[in-house]
Design a protein around this ligand. Structure first.
Ligand code: PLP
Length: 380
């Protein structure tokens, strides 16, 4: 698990950064007995975080995966429907589509932002398509204006998977606040954390009401213990929200730290042959949830070899996601047979991410970069 390495000598790939009012707010929950899913921290965290995203409504969830499921269920997506997702993503995006009984339809990614290739979306739209679900990979926002244009033209919903992009911006607008719905995770390695947790953000009051209803077991509003639909228990606790509120108070600092760390990495790695660095499009604000690089052929040694060498030098890394068309679970379901996503498949083999936590020190980054440069030199 990220940040939970037992070997304290390792530089971890990512650790939560807890430096504010977390203890005080959690103690307040415990002393006041408000430890379940009602309480002031839930309201304050929902209001504060949704406002941060430029949204009028936020619905806390048990985790990011349940936020994605809740978003699709609340939009009424189900059997017979298709949802367009990137081939290159974390599995939760595809699982959420499967949970509602809809079919995930994949689109390849771009070589440099690693985000869904917007030019290829339209070819995948059919009469059954209901939703485009882009993912802001590793903290770089998708070009939402272009995605929204395609979606509006075809009458589709846009759900953003913003689990990796708290605070990222496209043309000055925040991730999770541009589509019809945004979905966030607050897992321990995300930019802000509640331990486990998630949120759905939206500006649509009717959607927000429906999501709140489905998240809380679809309790009837006028008669207790009458249920007309299948709901879920996706509630977050007040204790988690208390941590979330304390984290939210520092979110700008965390984003700034990650961006500054990325600039240090960029400066120290730019002359290392065969390493492709993360980009930041001129309309975008990348929050570098993970500082990710692609090891090209002329680096001399392969990605797995580099990861092994860095591990031996006390540096923890992670490989890129394995594309959805390569996942045995979907193959077994007969999905994505003979489909090819060459860019996703290539970067999946060559990409890794380096230590990226908000608490990373400049000396640690300098050490990581010097070790990478050394590995490239050793090869020949
Ligand atoms: C972390 C993540 C999720 C899921 O979040 P959990 O809180 O772990 O369920 C979903 N999508 C993406 C892209 C993620 O990185």
């Amino acid at each position: 698990m990220p940040g939970q390495s037992n070997n304290r000598a390792m530089i971890p790939v990512c650790e939560p950064f807890i430096s504010g009012h977390e203890m005080e707010y959690v103690a307040d929950c415990l002393y006041s007995n408000w430890i379940s899913s009602k309480g002031k921290y839930i309201d304050m965290f929902e209001q504060g975080f949704s406002r941060f995203c430029g949204c009028g409504h936020g619905i806390t969830c048990a985790n990011g995966t349940s936020a994605l499921h809740l978003a699709l269920a609340s939009l009424g997506v189900g059997e017979g429907d298709e949802v367009i997702i990137p081939a290159f993503t974390m599995v939760s995006t595809a699982f959420a589509v499967a949970y509602v009984g809809a079919k995930p339809v994949l689109v390849d990614c771009e070589r440099h932002t690693w985000n869904i290739d917007i030019a290829m979306i339209e070819k995948k739209i059919t009469p059954r398509t209901r939703v485009i679900l882009p993912v802001h990979i590793y903290g770089h926002p998708c070009d939402m204006a272009s995605i929204l244009e395609v979606a509006r033209k075809h009458g589709l919903f846009v759900v953003e998977d913003a689990a990796e992009a708290h605070g990222a911006e496209a043309n000055g607008r925040k991730a999770g606040g541009m589509g019809d719905v945004g979905c966030f995770s607050f897992y321990a390695n995300k930019i802000i954390t509640t331990g486990e947790g998630g949120m759905v953000t939206t500006n649509d009051a009717d959607f927000a009401e429906r999501a709140r209803y489905l998240k809380d077991l679809a309790f009837s509003r006028d008669r207790r213990f009458i249920h007309s639909e299948i709901g879920f228990n996706y509630r977050m606790t007040n204790v988690q929200a208390a941590i979330g509120l304390a984290q939210l108070e520092k979110i700008q600092e965390y984003v700034d730290r990650r961006r500054k760390n990325a600039w240090v990495y960029n400066r120290l790695l730019k002359d290392v042959r065969g390493v492709t660095l993360p980009v930041e499009r001129q309309w975008a604000k990348n929050v570098y949830w993970m500082y990710a690089i692609v090891v090209e052929d002329d680096f001399g040694v392969g990605r797995d070899h580099l990861m092994q060498a860095l591990a031996e030098r006390g540096i923890e890394t992670r490989p890129f996601f394995v594309p959805m068309n390569r996942q045995p679970v979907f193959r077994k379901m007969g999905l994505f047979d003979n489909e090819k996503y060459p860019v996703a498949e290539e970067i999946a083999e060559k990409g890794l991410y380096l230590p990226s936590g908000s608490g990373l020190k400049q000396e640690q980054i300098e050490y990581v970069c010097s070790q990478i440069a050394e590995c490239s030199r050793v090869r020949s």
